[in-house]
Ligand binder design. Structure first.
Ligand code: ADP
Length: 694
């Protein structure tokens, strides 16, 4: 069942199988039909042919039989009409008459020859044993007494035969043998005789009836007779395939003369015909032309009834030939036909399948390729196809199509990758631009803030400067006026001096922050190392207070063009911040000052081992007024950075988790037109301006 299901599925899914069954179905339906027709027709033709043959055989046999009967008749009639017999009868010499009869019986191969008187009584006989036995009973004898000669076949009883001669009776007696297929019968033997006999009148010269000549031939055991018929019907070589021809004479249904042999090669005398033939031929008077079981085998047979002078069926004439060789030949011929048809069908089917395979192979390969391509193997192809027909060309075009598709696909992917890359580039650019914008925005805000604060601070500073000058002036005047009297308040006066100085310093810083350009100093190429040493002198007392160890690494050789005082201010600011970050209670710290040449300039780093900067504060320490100290201004780093930035440099900061901060001042050396590297030059106007203000 499952197999059938799979077969139908296969059939549904395959064009090849559909077309194949379309082509094969006529072959597989028509050919067997044709074979069956040929078989039926062949069988019928064979049967018809065999029937024709046996029918003509029977006709020939019967004609010969009739000729024998007629021969007996004419012989007897000729003798009766001969002068010799009339003369002998007139002479009435019994001995001479008997001699004549014996000679005539011999010459005509008769079994008996008698002369009867006009009433049918025996006058003379060829056999001396012959006794009067009611010959007048025979119809033909009666006819002869009336002057009419006649010949007939009649059955003689054993007594009648014995009356003619004991020898004849003995010859007729045949024991009946049990025979397969015969009609049941209790008879033990057949002792009657089948006799061809003729009765002819004998006349004298005056045409007076002298007597009747009655002669006969008994057919029982007349083997010469049946062999002769058989020889005529089945001449040597007239039967093909080694078949044998047979001839039999039946008395009733018993074989009384035959060339059919029994198993031992003995003639089958005394055997009987099959019941079927008995009923048809003897019972219904039909002529049998069919196969029949004869003694021990099947024969193609012809039977014809034999009638006596009264029109009674008394026996049969049979001819036939062995069926086995013919039926074997027929079977072989039919088998050959069937085999031929099968072979044609098989060869046709195989050829069709091969052909179909050749036709559909490209199509099936295309299908496999489609499945493979759908499965992801984009490189799958139908490949080289032998066929040059439409399907073959389609397969080739299909490959070209796939090639084009793959090419387009690759191009598309390349474009997509390029697009991705471009989008990524643009996004990065955008992000950078965004960052720049944000930075610029921040800068702008700071600048605006600073500008506002600067204006405000400048105004305030100016306003403060005057009262401070007045305080300082008046204090100096008071000191001069008091002279020695001022000694008790000298301490207070010094404090006022200090604080006034502090106010002035703060105001100066504020003004420097508000208008840095105004405070720009003179620019010259300077040696960094020297500036750093000066700074250390200025903060020496702080370092000592803080118990701080200073480590110097001086590697910078380049001179940088910058205002010395400004650089000093920047560095002192960084060093003081570092000292503040390392409180003396914690056992001081280490201050590392390192200078080095870098590409296009020099770097100065100020590194401490202090508390470090919190990550949150890191982005804000350069913002003006940001401070974490109680008395800090939050302006140191922002002023320092803007100072350095004015010369094209910058200040960066790094602070680790474990504390400690490192500030690095990056200074740029510019290349002058004469090829020497110089720092950024600041306009001399600025220096003049500062001098003027000072
Ligand atoms: P001020 O020193 O008046 O606070 P600055 O602008 O110089 O102003 O410094 C701003 C802030 O940066 C400081 O308050 C401090 O918190 C931090 N800072 C600067 N230098 C260091 C350093 N070396 N170690 C730790 N913190 C520092």
């Amino acid at each position: 069942m499952r197999f059938l299901h799979r077969l139908t599925e296969h059939f549904r899914a395959s064009v090849r199988y559909k077309l194949l069954s379309m082509v094969l179905s006529p072959l597989l339906i028509v050919l067997p039909l044709l074979a069956a027709l040929v078989l039926i027709w062949g069988n019928e033709s064979y049967d018809r042919l065999v029937r024709y043959k046996i029918s003509s055989d029977l006709i020939i046999a019967h004609e010969y039989f009739d000729r024998v009967v007629a021969g007996v008749g004419s012989n007897v009639e000729n003798l009766a009409a001969s002068n010799r017999i009339a003369t002998a009868m007139r002479a009435r010499i019994p001995e001479a008459l008997r001699k004549l009869l014996i000679a005539a019986e011999d010459a005509n191969k008769l079994d008996f020859l008698n002369i009867l008187d006009a009433q049918g009584n025996l006058i003379a006989a060829s056999n001396e044993q012959t006794r009067p036995a009611g010959f007048a009973r025979w119809r033909i004898v009666q006819g002869a007494t009336g002057g009419q000669s006649a010949t007939a076949i009649d059955v003689f009883s054993p007594e009648q035969l014995a009356a003619i001669s004991e020898q004849l009776r003995e010859r007729a007696s045949t024991p009946i043998l049990p025979t397969t297929n015969a009609a049941p019968s209790a008879r033990k033997d057949e002792s009657r005789g089948m006799v061809i006999h003729c009765a002819a009148p004998i006349y004298d010269q005056e045409q007076r009836l002298l007597g009747i000549l009655h002669g006969g031939l008994m057919l029982n055991r007349n083997l010469e007779f049946v062999d002769k018929i058989n020889g005529i019907v089945y001449r040597d070589g007239s039967l093909p395939l080694g078949s044998q021809g047979t001839t039999t004479l039946f008395l009733d249904d018993v074989r009384i003369a035959t060339n059919v042999r029994l198993f031992a090669g003995e003639r089958a005398l005394g055997t009987r015909v099959s019941q079927q033939v008995h009923d048809a031929v003897l019972g219904n008077g039909e002529t049998w032309l069919n196969r029949a079981f004869v003694v021990n085998d099947w024969y193609v047979s012809g039977y014809k009834p034999i009638e006596d002078s009264m029109g009674q069926r008394i026996g049969m004439l049979y001819v036939g030939f062995l069926e086995a060789p013919f039926s074997a030949a027929k079977t072989i011929a039919l088998a050959v036909i069937v085999l031929l048809f099968i072979a044609i069908s098989v060869i046709g089917a195989v050829l069709s399948m091969k052909w179909a395979k050749a036709i559909f192979q490209p199509l099936e390969r295309m299908n496999q390729t489609i499945v493979a391509v759908q499965g992801g193997s984009i490189a799958a192809r139908v490949g080289k196809v032998k066929s040059r027909d439409e399907i073959g060309r389609l397969a080739t075009h299909f490959d070209l199509l796939l090639d084009t598709l793959q090419q387009r696909n690759a191009e598309l992917r390349r474009w997509a990758d390029e697009l991705d890359r471009k989008v990524a580039d643009r996004t990065l650019e955008l992000r950078r631009a965004n960052q720049n914008l944000r930075d610029t925005q921040g800068q702008l805000i700071i600048s605006e803030k600073l500008a506002a604060i600067g204006q405000l601070t400048a105004g305030v500073a100016h306003e403060i400067n005057n009262p401070v000058a007045v305080i300082q002036g008046n204090l100096d005047v008071a000191r001069e006026v008091l002279g020695a009297a001022a000694s008790p308040v000298l301490q207070e006066m010094r404090l006022i001096d200090e604080q006034v100085n502090r106010i002035r310093l703060i105001v100066t810083k504020l003004l420097q922050f508000a208008r840095p350009v105004d405070y720009a100093g003179y620019v010259e190429p300077i040696e960094i190392r020297g500036v750093l040493s000066d700074c250390l002198v200025l903060v020496r007392h702080l370092l000592r207070e803080g118990d701080i160890e200073v480590i110097r690494i001086d590697r910078a050789a380049r001179k940088i063009a910058i205002n010395r005082g400004e650089l000093q201010q920047v560095l002192i600011n960084l060093i003081v911040n570092a000292i503040h970050a390392m409180p003396s209670q914690n056992g001081g710290g280490k201050l590392t000052l390192e200078t080095r040449d870098v590409e296009h300039g020099a770097a100065i780093s100020v590194k401490d081992t202090g508390r470090g900067i919190r990550p949150d504060d890191l982005p804000r320490i350069f913002t003006p007024f940001f401070t974490t100290k109680k008395r800090g201004t939050g302006l140191g780093l922002s002023i320092s950075r803007s100072l350095v930035e004015r010369y094209g440099g910058t200040i960066t900061v790094a602070s680790g988790e474990q504390g400690g901060a490192e500030f690095t001042v990056w200074l740029v050396a510019r290349v002058a037109q004469d090829g020497n590297e110089i720092g950024m030059s600041v306009s001399s106007n600025a220096a003049v301006d500062t001098a003027h203000r000072g």
